[in-house]
Every structure is written in structure tokens, then in C-alpha cells.
Design a protein around this ligand. Structure first.
Ligand SMILES: [Zn+2]
Ligand SMILES: [Zn+2]
Length: 482
């Protein structure tokens, strides 16, 4: 019998009611519904979701509830109902002292309040404040804005304005689910928090002022400004402000170290310019530079590259953009164009490219630049033979079946696989981790160059092995341009 908390609309779908208290979750098989007990706490993050795909298998083995939750989240339908268009992507943050003991309640409040509007995304809260990246249904943007100004203000103070992405129109949601995570720090800096003062706030310039100051700097001062890109190497590889120093780092800790190194011999009265995606990293880095290293003025662009990108779009002369290329984003879009320039290289074929993807073999999952032609030809994998063969075998074996229906993973010869929706609604086959393992163990810091060599090298591997390259694929035909 179905518990009160869950209601089945069909055997394939359950509706989770966010307003109700969850104590159980159900698994539908074609003929039965099997309800398992679980720890209600681990289901908090599911509260905001209404629709879940049910994994239709009799032999599905549940190791834990969290495992189940992950599966449910992974298979939550993202595109197949009308409510999933009309989302706007945005961010906001605020450094503000919060009481550690109150964070769990705050988390719960955010999940409930934002979940009811169907908002998805990632929010971090810590004793340092709040940092949110969200996709909000366009029709609820005013409610969210009001919520930030009225409900959140007493807790975190006046937030920065909603920092919208550069897409001119509402589109697909950029996240699958709403997560609110309690973190030690909003951005991990590797420093002793007592060594700097976050209240020593750097100068926040409007995009217009930032543009003007940087444009005039050389003429005024007779030298180039010190301009530091506070993002990771894969972010600055596809887009950056002209003339910026772009440290070759993997983490914010690395950026802070590099920043200190760059500024070591610079006079304290010299202005320092820095930028990041939305401004949060520079707000902290600037405070560190001003309070710990005693620099007088650190400038950042309010709202980061995102806000600058939006501003430049509104200018008559878009070619005057001081930022070139693409702004990397931490959502499923993996970036938004600011200018048309492609500053990176496809890791498979070497052509100019700024399209990131993760290898479709989930146990590889390598983040890499990959042009749309290679993505199509190599089935969204990193191009290594093992990854390609795994995905291709799956595809061949299941070519007669409608393998992606119903939503959810299927087991094919011991390999768990499912089809994710690609960026523009195309199919994207992803082979699960519990299937055939990839020989390179996934780690998010592993760089494509370490695994694949220089762009183009991977094609040589195919030649060495005496193999013909995969045929140009036609199934996956709607990948957006690189
Ligand atoms: Zn390519
Ligand atoms: Zn791979």
C-alpha cells in the first residue's frame, strides 16, 4: 500500500510532495510497488522535486538510501515536460557571519522555500555566508528577488542583486536538482581565517567603470595594469580579459598562492585588478590582499565576468569587449559565450574549440575540450579506445531497443547505462560507473592533457593500434556548435 507521503500517478512515476514530510520512498516495478524504509534525513534534498522516474527493475539492488536517492536524482526527467523551459540561470552570494549551529535550519528553510517555486541549483552556506547558483523558472523570478530582499536579508544582510547569466532568453534549466550544502568555507582558501579580514572589502566596480579604468590605465600610468584571473586553468583556457595573468592552477587555494606571488614585489599603493566568474572568489581574494598583505586598493568587477558579459551585450560596440571568448560556468552548460572567439583546442582533433564536455564513460568522466564533430564521431567520449568501445558496444547491443525508455539505467551485459539529455535535447549515452571500469581512475583534478596527451595525440593511438577511426556518427546530430 502506498504511504500517504507518496502518490503514484502511474507505475512509472511517483510524485513527491514537497510540502509533506517524507519518511519513505517507493520503487515501482512493472507490477509491484516496493516501499523501503529509510532515514528521512537523507531525503531532505529531494524535497524540492516533484517528478521522479522510477527504475523499472525487479532485481535492482539497493545498497543504501543515499544510493537510491542519487539514482532517482540522476534519472529525474529534465526535459520531458513543459515546465522545464523558461528557466533563467543566475547567481548571488554574500559574505556574512553566520552562526554554525543555525546552518542546518537555514539549509532546511532554503530547500523548502526555494523548492516550492521549482528552483534548482547549488547553494553553499557556511559560517562565512551564502553562495548560490540557481536556475529559476522565469515566472518566479520576482518572488525570488523579493525573497532575497525580505526573507533572507535578516539572516545574511543585503544580498548582491541576482546576477543573471548572459543568455538573452529563458531556456532549459541548468541544474537537475536543488542542493543546499553546508561547507566549512564558501571558497576554500587554505589560509588561517584569522590571518585576514573579510570585512576589508575590495573595491567593487560596475562593469562600465571596470571597462573604463582598464581601458585608460596604460595611458594614465604609462604601464600595463596588474590584472589577475582568479579562476582555474580550465576556466581561463577558453576566455579571459586581455592582458590578464592567468595562473596555471586547479583550485582557489592555488589562485591565492599565485596572487600572493604576483603581488610580492608590487608597491602597496599600486591598484590591483582581479576577476572571476561571479565575483565571490575575488571578494575574498581582494580582502586577503588588502588585509593580510596591506594593499590599498584591489578592484574587482561587480558580478564578475558574468555581469561584464551582460553589460557588453548591451553596448553598441560589442567588439570593444575587453573579455575574449567564453565564460566558463559550473552548471551543465559549462560556459556562455561573450565573444565568438574559440580560444581553446579540441583535445581529439586539435581544431579551435571552446566546448567542454565530460567523457560519457562515467568512470572516466574526464573534463575536456571537444568540438561537436569529434563529440559526435566519438560518442561524447574522451576518444580513448576503451571509453569509445564501452559506449559503442552498449549502443550496438541496444540499437534495436528503445534503450532510453523508460527513464533510468538499464543493465546491458553487466554494464549499467542510461541516456542523459544533451544540451539541446539530444541523446547522450552515459555508461555507469559500476559497469566496465575505465583504466584511468576519475579524479576531478586530472587534466585532459595528462590523460590524453597533446590535442591530436589520441588519433595517433588509434593509428598505432591499427584501427580505423569511428564512423562519423549520425545518431547524435544536434550537439550545439563548439
Ligand atoms: Zn575535434
Ligand atoms: Zn574517457
Amino acid at each position: 500500500m502506498l504511504p500517504q507521503q507518496l502518490r503514484s500517478t502511474s507505475l512509472q512515476r511517483l510524485i513527491l510532495r514537497p510540502s509533506q514530510k517524507l519518511v519513505t520512498v517507493g520503487i515501482a516495478t512493472p507490477t509491484t510497488l516496493n516501499i523501503r524504509q529509510h532515514n528521512p534525513l537523507s531525503l531532505r534534498s529531494l524535497r524540492s522535486f516533484r517528478n521522479f522516474s522510477i527504475i523499472p527493475t525487479k532485481s535492482y539492488d539497493f545498497r543504501s538510501t543515499s544510493f537510491l536517492c542519487k539514482r532517482l536524482l540522476a534519472t529525474a526527467p529534465s526535459n520531458n515536460n513543459n515546465n522545464n523551459n523558461g528557466f533563467r540561470t543566475m547567481a548571488f552570494y554574500k559574505f556574512h557571519d553566520l552562526n554554525k549551529d543555525e546552518l542546518p535550519i537555514f539549509r532546511q528553510q532554503l530547500l523548502q522555500d526555494l523548492g516550492k517555486w521549482g528552483i534548482v541549483g547549488r547553494i553553499y552556506i557556511s559560517t562565512e555566508g551564502i553562495n548560490a547558483q540557481l536556475s529559476c523558472p522565469e515566472k518566479h523570478i520576482n518572488s525570488l528577488r523579493q525573497y532575497c530582499h525580505e526573507t533572507l536579508k535578516p539572516t545574511v544582510g543585503e544580498l548582491m542583486d541576482l546576477n543573471f547569466g548572459t543568455e538573452p532568453e529563458a531556456g532549459e534549466r541548468a541544474f537537475r536538482a536543488l542542493h543546499v550544502r553546508i561547507r566549512k568555507q564558501l571558497v576554500a582558501d587554505g589560509l588561517d581565517p584569522a590571518s585576514y579580514d573579510l570585512k576589508n572589502r575590495p573595491s567593487h566596480l560596475s562593469p562600465a567603470k571596470w571597462h573604463e579604468k582598464l581601458s585608460d590605465y596604460k595611458q594614465k600610468h604609462g604601464k600595463d595594469p596588474i590584472l589577475i584571473d582568479m579562476r582555474n586553468h580550465y576556466e581561463s583556457e577558453i576566455g579571459y580579459f586581455e592582458g590578464a595573468i592567468r595562473p596555471n592552477v586547479d583550485t582557489f587555494r592555488g589562485s591565492v598562492k599565485a596572487m600572493n606571488e604576483i603581488c610580492k614585489n608590487v608597491p602597496k599603493e599600486q591598484e590591483i585588478f582581479m576577476y572571476c566568474t561571479g565575483g565571490i572568489r575575488c571578494t575574498k581574494a581582494g580582502a586577503i590582499l588588502q588585509s593580510a598583505s596591506k594593499f590599498q586598493t584591489v578592484h574587482l568587477v561587480e558580478g564578475g565576468v558574468t555581469a561584464y558579459g551582460r553589460w557588453i551585450q548591451d553596448q553598441k560596440d560589442k567588439t570593444s569587449s575587453l573579455f575574449r571568448g567564453k565564460n566558463f560556468t559550473f552548471d551543465k552548460r559549462l560556459g556562455e559565450d561573450i565573444t565568438d572567439e574559440k580560444l581553446g583546442k579540441c583535445h581529439i582533433c586539435g581544431q579551435a574549440c571552446s566546448r567542454y564536455q565530460n567523457c560519457a564513460h562515467a568512470s572516466c568522466n574526464l573534463l575536456m575540450l571537444c568540438c561537436s564533430n569529434c563529440a559526435s564521431q566519438f560518442l561524447n567520449t574522451c576518444g580513448r579506445m576503451n571509453c569509445y568501445d564501452t559506449v559503442n558496444d552498449f549502443k550496438q547491443k541496444t540499437s534495436d531497443n528503445n534503450y532510453f525508455k523508460p527513464d533510468g539505467p538499464v543493465m546491458i551485459n553487466g554494464v549499467r547505462a542510461f541516456v542523459k539529455q544533451g544540451e539541446q535535447g539530444e541523446e547522450r549515452i552515459v555508461i555507469g560507473k559500476s559497469g566496465v571500469k575505465c583504466e584511468h581512475q576519475y579524479n576531478k583534478r586530472v587534466r585532459a592533457i595528462e590523460v590524453l596527451g597533446e590535442p591530436g595525440d589520441i588519433l595517433k593511438e588509434w593509428a598505432k593500434a591499427g584501427r580505423e577511426l569511428p564512423p562519423l556518427n549520425t545518431t547524435i546530430s544536434t550537439i550545439p556548435p563548439s
